[in-house]
Design a protein around this ligand. Structure first.
Ligand code: GLU
Length: 471
């Protein structure tokens, strides 16, 4: 089994490309096959300078490795199409000899007036063709689509039949001598002994033309696996131009590569068990063509956030801290706040690193809040309870020795205070947390916040709450 990833260095690598690369990688690893990297750079006008580096970098970060390719070698190279130029022309000439392609000398102006090609050059007399070629008249080579119908099987979409009349005599060799993608992919897939062609479903409609080329050259047709589209949340095609995130954007936002890869694996493919968290190695074991669906799947950033959060929670603290430290120190400047303590507090509360600043935003400055905040049914807290509790506990905290200001001690202090006052612990912890943070949800509970803010600031915030509560 041999398959290939064939990116065109015409721009950044979008998530659809990455998903295609990933599925090929998984299929090759699952089947013990070979994964080939081939660079499709024959559209010279659209090449983007650093696109290739970006592609390599993305594949590397995603953990997708190849067996053959530009920097790896292999028996079927060169693996960069622009270095294979003469071979395509030889095959085009062979097709012309076999009556399945022809020289076309029509110029731009003539073609612009046409709706599809009208085959004017399909029947040019041999001597006119020779004369034009000798005179150096610019030409392209076109595929001659025969009459009839073409049927093929796709592993995902099933059997597909098209009327050849719907297929255009597409250009195989352009006037600059370079092959089109439509030609080069067929020639190279054959010459590189590719058994499984996997790619986006946007290529499904061109596949009959490719099959006619394979047939005309007497070659076997590969196994086709076309992948469903990935849509954005508004149902459109994923597009960076329209604001959808690319892999790089997601990394910059603080998503983990392994979480992105895990999430992307589930776009258009369903695992045999219904889990959602898989390592790349696990995916390599369970991937199958049968699990690929025909219908488009939607890229859901919230789902990705959830997956990412699972990875963050499961990560050992040292690695988390290495990733989070910068975000934490940017978010909190209060002297005496230990970044490690803060990182420990947020690790289980965030789903992406970009949420750290919001999670910790109350530490440097207490946000403005309304006393409504103290109302919490489940905790049996309201403004009266809060006023009563804070009035009594603020002086207790103020009297608590600085060197015993630890989470454990403070938690004990608050729960014992509640018990003595005949209150539920939550009736002390909730008002305290609100007073310290001005927010209904914080990483860590009241005792954590007391430690983070320190004695002086904690007492100050408790007293400020009392003022607000009219005490
Ligand atoms: N160069 C094509 C692309 O980037 C490859 C499609 C294929 O896999 O055949 O979309």
């Amino acid at each position: 089994m041999r398959t290939r990833f064939a990116p065109s260095p015409t721009g950044y690598m979008h998530l659809g490309n990455l998903r295609t690369a990933l599925f090929k990688y998984l299929l090759a690893r699952k089947m013990g096959g070979t994964l080939v990297l081939r660079i499709e750079d024959t559209d010279q006008g659209r090449l983007v300078d650093d696109a290739l580096d970006k592609i390599y970098e993305t594949l590397d970060i995603a953990g997708i490795t190849f067996d053959e390719g530009p920097h790896m070698g292999g028996d079927y190279g060169p693996y960069v199409q622009s270095q294979r130029k003469s071979g395509y022309m030889d095959h085009a000439k062979e097709l012309i000899r076999r009556g399945s392609a022809y020289y076309c000398f029509c110029d731009k102006e003539r073609l612009e007036g046409l709706d599809g090609y009208d085959r004017r050059c399909a029947d040019l007399a041999h001597d006119i063709v020779e004369k034009n070629l000798t005179a150096g008249v610019p030409y392209v080579v076109r595929q001659l689509i025969p009459p009839g119908t073409t049927t093929f099987r796709d592993e995902v979409y099933g059997e597909i039949t098209v009327d050849n009349a719907e297929l255009e005599d597409q250009v195989l060799i352009k006037s600059d001598g370079m092959p089109t993608y439509n030609f080069a992919n067929v020639i190279d897939d054959h010459l590189m002994a590719i058994s499984h062609v996997m790619r986006g479903s946007e290529y499904l409609s061109s596949t009959p033309k490719y099959n006619l080329l394979y047939q005309a050259l007497g070659w076997d047709i590969p196994t086709y696996v076309h992948l469903p589209l990935i849509l954005n949340q508004t149902g459109g095609k994923l597009s960076k131009r329209r604001g959808d995130a690319s892999f790089e954007d997601l990394l910059a936002q603080g998503f983990l590569p392994e979480a992105i890869v895990n999430y992307i694996a589930l776009l258009g493919w369903s695992p045999p068990d219904n889990r959602e968290i898989y390592t790349l190695a696990e995916l390599c074991e369970i991937f199958s063509i049968e699990g690929i669906s025909k219908s488009p799947s939607a890229f859901d950033i919230n789902k990705l956030r959830w997956v990412n959060g699972e990875y963050l929670k499961a990560m050992d603290f040292d690695r988390f801290y290495a990733l989070a430290a910068d975000h934490v120190t940017k978010a909190v400047k209060r002297p005496g706040c230990d970044p490690m303590t803060l990182a420990k507090l947020v690790q289980s509360r965030i789903s992406a690193l970009d949420e750290i600043s919001e999670a910790l935003d109350f530490i440097d400055t207490l946000p403005e809040y309304d006393t409504e905040l103290f109302v919490h049914k489940k905790s049996k807290s309201d403004a009266d309870v809060a006023a009563d509790v804070l009035a009594k506990i603020a002086p207790v905290l103020a009297a608590h020795p600085e060197d015993l200001w630890t989470g454990e001690n403070l938690y004990k202090l608050m729960t014992e205070f509640a018990a003595e006052a005949g209150l539920k612990s939550s009736q002390v912890l909730w008002p305290m947390r609100c007073a310290l943070s001005g927010k209904p949800a914080t990483p860590g509970g009241a005792s954590d916040l007391l430690v983070v803010l320190g004695k002086k600031e904690s007492v100050r915030r408790a007293e400020y709450a009392l003022e607000k509560l009219g005490m």
